[in-house]
Ligand binder design. Structure first.
Ligand code: NHW
Ligand code: EN5
Length: 388
């Protein structure tokens, strides 16, 4: 039963496996003059607000809302704790729209109680490059749950995206909705076994002692790849070429230009880390890896309050074996004091996960498209898209 999603242009459960329906947009765009010009109605105690992420004050309000009310794991032990600088980065890529950073306030107190965002992206689906929105950071304050606020927020962000003449979107969720493009698995590489066990993130398995776990997850103290260094501004054109070429092999993937690669991959402390391999003789950039920093609050633990997690982002290997490249990423993440290194089984990740001692997580991530049908679900390895 999905009273809201049944009304939306998304693949429906009843149509799964029905190959008579064509691939592509589900509904056609309407003239912009026919897009609703006024915001949707909220319950009378609440009002819409545009959240200006340039403002320290507003950015902090968003941060506090998400810190206390955003996504938790199944056992409510951890809650994502995106930093302010991360939110600024994630919400202001090239060509972003301020009007897509949507908040809901209590009229009387002006307290921020809900949030939803979109950012623009060019996404290729098989042979078509489509201007889309990525919708993320949907959050309703815990005290306002189950009042059907989320459907109003989704309709409002949809309306504002339509006003920019964009008719498709991509989004991910940890919950099953109509209907996923693909279903991915989270994997976790332990870097700090003692802390992960202390906080309930992982458990000592059968015949595993703490000292055996510490030994199992120990990493070399330095990286193996010659010519590995932090990415710099001058690397942007080479990284763009490598990444565009690499992403062309997936059924669904973003198409990035230089400005977007600069935004998404140029290192920013405690937000995103990227390393390139520069060939010692030719000085060509042959490979790179990247990961972003997304800590989680640890709920109700006497000893620790924050879990420092790295998430693998985009990686390309042409010369250095991918396994060695990611092993170097693990070593650098360990040096930077991360507790865990996380990955999804998308792109070419699957082969390195087991080899590098990642363990399967208890969480899944479903990927969705809005107003774009695919005949069949994809395999995770056919997906070339990472959302924050
Ligand atoms: S996924 C993270 C979502 N956020 C959280 O999980 C934070 C903690 N939870 C909450 O804040 C990344 C609330 O539980 C939320 C729901 C706000 C999730 N996606 O208001 P009601 C994203 O941000 C449906 C989509 O009573 P609530 C991606 C649910 O199935 N729909 O629930 C966001 C039901 O509809 P149904 C979701 O618990 C993508 C209805 O909401 C959902 O108080 C958004 C219930 O609403 C989810 N994660 O609030 C879509 N969770 O039909 C973008 C629940 O089943 C689409 N629901 O009756 C594209 C738009 C742009 C198109 C442009 C052309
Ligand atoms: C999209 N932008 O469930 C975000 N995380 O596995 C929205 N589990 O951390 C959607 N429950 O398995 C987010 N440890 C959906 C994900 C929501 C968060 C979530 C999962 C992903 C997670 C951990 C902790 C579980 C705590 C109890 C987990 C096991 C690791 C272990 C390491 C050693 C080898 C075996 C596995």
């Amino acid at each position: 039963q999905h009273k809201f999603w049944e009304t939306q242009p998304v693949g429906q459960f009843k149509d799964v496996g029905n190959s008579s329906l064509p691939e592509g947009p589900i509904e056609q765009p309407t003239p912009l003059s026919e897009v609703k010009q006024e915001p949707y109605n909220l319950p009378s105690l609440y009002e819409w607000t545009v959240c200006d992420m340039d403002s320290d004050e507003v950015c902090n309000e968003v941060y506090v809302l998400l810190t206390n009310n955003y996504v938790e794991d199944d056992d409510n032990l951890f809650r994502f704790n995106y930093s302010k600088e991360f939110l600024r980065w994630g919400l202001r890529p090239p060509g972003y729209f301020r009007s897509w950073h949507i908040g809901v306030r209590v009229k009387a107190s002006k307290k921020l109680v809900a949030f939803i965002t979109g950012i623009p992206v060019k996404l290729r689906v098989r042979d078509e490059v489509v201007r889309m929105a990525e919708v993320n950071f949907l959050c309703v304050h815990k005290k306002l749950r189950s009042k059907r606020l989320a459907p109003v927020m989704i309709k409002e962000v949809t309306r504002r995206i339509h006003l920019e003449n964009i008719w498709q979107a991509a989004y991910t969720a940890g919950v099953l909705l109509p209907t996923p493009v693909t279903t991915c698995q989270y994997w976790h590489r332990t870097l700090n076994p003692k802390k992960l066990i202390d906080v309930g993130f992982s458990r000592l398995g059968e015949r595993m002692t703490m000292s055996r776990a510490i030994k199992l997850y120990r990493l070399p103290s330095s990286t193996a790849t010659l010519g590995l260094r932090k990415m710099e501004l001058r690397d942007v054109p080479a990284v763009t070429r490598l990444l565009r070429n690499y992403l062309s092999r997936f059924a669904v993937a973003p198409v990035f230009d230089d400005d977007e690669v600069e935004h998404w991959l140029l290192p920013q402390e405690d937000v995103v880390d990227s390393y390139v391999v520069e060939s010692p003789d030719s000085h060509e950039i042959t490979d790179f890896f990247s990961f972003y920093t997304l800590p989680s609050s640890i709920l109700n633990n006497p000893n620790y309050s924050n879990l420092k997690a790295a998430y693998t982002f985009y990686n390309v290997s042409t010369t250095t074996p991918l396994l060695q490249l990611i092993q170097d990423a693990l070593i650098i993440a360990k040096q930077k004091d991360f507790d865990v290194f996380n990955a999804l089984d998308i792109m070419e990740n699957e082969p390195f996960l087991k080899e590098l001692k990642f363990g399967r997580g208890d969480g899944q991530l479903y990927y969705y498209l809005y107003n774009y049908r695919l005949k069949d679900a994809l395999k995770p390895s056919e997906l070339g898209l990472v959302l924050l």
